[in-house]
Design a protein around this ligand. Structure first.
Ligand code: FES
Length: 95
């Protein structure tokens, strides 16, 4: 969580930019059915990208901890670590 005033002068990205940049998270989320209605998906995607930007090889526990602040009313929780682990692998392989 960040106060808006703390972002003054900083670049701000969102899930649309992540998708437009063809980040591997997008394909991994689709492949692993890590979304249903999609209401929560932007938050999960942005959080997961932040994790991968700082940790190229996160464990499942680290992923769960990083995503813990996101809520999903559809109950897709088991799929998120699978998608993030796959995206991390794709990024490491440079694909
Ligand atoms: S996919 Fe529906 S709220 Fe998460």
């Amino acid at each position: 969580m960040t106060l808006a005033i703390e972002c003054s002068g900083k670049a701000i990205g969102d899930h649309r930019r992540i998708s437009a940049d063809h980040h591997p998270l997008i394909d991994a989320y689709v492949k692993h059915h890590a979304l249903q209605c999609g209401y929560c998906t932007p938050g999960f995607i942005v959080t997961a990208k932040s994790l991968l930007d700082h940790n190229a090889e996160p464990t499942e526990a680290e992923i769960k901890e990083a995503l813990a602040g996101n809520l999903c009313r559809c109950g897709t929780y088991p799929q998120h670590p699978k998608a993030v682990l796959e995206a991390a692998q794709v990024l490491r392989e440079g694909s």
